[in-house]
Design a protein around this ligand. Structure first.
Ligand SMILES: *Cc1c(COP(=O)(O)O)cnc(C)c1O
Length: 350
């Protein structure tokens, strides 16, 4: 969408436009000084490190991300995992029983679940057999009710990145918002779309600390978008959605990126090794290209292989019921030791 023709206010649910957000005791947190006496939030006054409510705007984490990603803090929203962010986006823009989202299966199942939770129809438009978006079908489905298109790149469960030219064409012509879920971006050669927010007022990019940053347990999801979109999402987010322990852990990890970078490089090189080894197994018929920390593999009988691995104490994901994923298994890249063990077990399977 061109900046001149795009009006975010016409996409927001009228009830969200009209609402006054909950004003929490700590909404002016950034102006508060540590040595003040806090008798405003009914907290227990005895310090144990977590007796106070967390910063509702996560100012320090956002500033750190802002510096790292070169995106202003007013274009960042944080959530309790990116799953919360995705839910906020649907709730802000989709009127139940009226508006719709578009998803591109096979893809991340949570978009459809969140649509169901919000009583919003999920229109599915299949990826092509090479797992790329069908841009004509998507743009033909672009109507005023189709508020949000979810694109996952690199895509889960297929592992590939989606063609940047196709995505750009879609961004320029789709009438609603385009969410690009970049949960796996750090394992990819693809440049993040977060660096192109200024060009596309309808673009929302989500990322997470759950995968490459090794922090699935703290639940921290990130949303990058125009300041106007972020302001709308801020209106409806729960005031204290990211807790203090999470903010502290995230800061610690974001200020020590060397370890993360080393781990990512190792995972990527292990991925390439695993891909070439998997190709030599006689029950494997296809190993799909991956820009993520997992690989999708087509085998002779996915359900049989899945159960054989479980018996050996190895848990993988059986994706055979997913659209276009007949007899496909998804392997997450483990440590070098785990990957060697996996391969040894696979080689011995009867
Ligand atoms: C794992 C995953 C997420 C979930 O992220 P959280 O931040 O842990 O909620 C989001 N999108 C995709 C495509 C994923 O695979």
């Amino acid at each position: 969408m061109k900046t001149e023709t795009f009006n975010i206010n016409s996409l927001v649910r009228p009830s969200v436009m009209a609402l006054t957000p909950y004003a929490s005791a700590r909404d002016e947190f950034k102006d508060l000084k540590r040595d003040m006496v806090f008798l405003d939030a009914n907290e227990n006054p005895f310090n144990n490190g977590v007796n106070r409510y967390p910063d509702p705007q996560q100012t320090t984490v956002k500033q750190t991300l802002s510096t790292l990603k070169k995106i202003p803090t007013d274009q960042i929203l944080l959530g309790n995992g990116s799953d919360e962010v995705l839910d906020l986006i649907i709730r802000a823009f989709c009127e139940p029983e009226k508006d719709t989202i578009i998803t591109l299966p096979p893809t991340y199942g949570m978009y459809g679940v969140l649509a169901n939770v919000n009583n919003v129809k999920n229109q599915e438009i299949s990826l092509t057999i090479r797992f790329q978006p069908d841009e004509d079908a998507i743009l033909n489905a672009s109507d005023p009710a189709a508020k949000i298109l979810f694109i996952c790149s690199p895509n889960n469960p297929t592992g590939n990145r989606l063609d940047a030219h196709k995505i750009e064409l879609i961004l320029n012509n789709f009438k609603g918002l385009v969410v690009i879920d970049e949960a796996y971006i750090d394992f990819s050669k693809q440049q993040s779309w977060s660096q192109r927010l200024a060009e596309f007022p309808n673009l929302i990019v989500t990322q997470t600390l759950s995968k490459a940053y090794a922090m699935a347990g703290i639940r921290l999801g990130i949303c990058y978008a125009s300041a106007a979109i972020i302001a709308i999402l801020n209106k409806i987010k729960p005031p204290y959605n990211v807790n203090d322990l999470t903010q502290a852990k995230a800061l610690e990890q974001l200020s020590n990126l060397q370890d993360v970078k080393t781990q990512i490089a190792l995972i990527v090189s292990q991925r390439e090794q695993l891909i070439s080894s998997l190709k030599s197994l006689n029950f494997v018929s296809e190993v799909y290209p991956s820009d993520a920390n997992f690989v999708l593999v087509k085998v002779d009988n996915a359900t049989k292989r899945y159960h054989q691995l479980i018996k050996e104490g190895i848990v993988i994901r059986n994706r055979t019921t997913q659209h276009l994923c007949d007899n496909c298994l998804r392997f997450t890249i483990g440590t070098p030791e785990e990957n060697t063990l996996l391969l040894n077990v696979l080689k011995r399977l009867p």
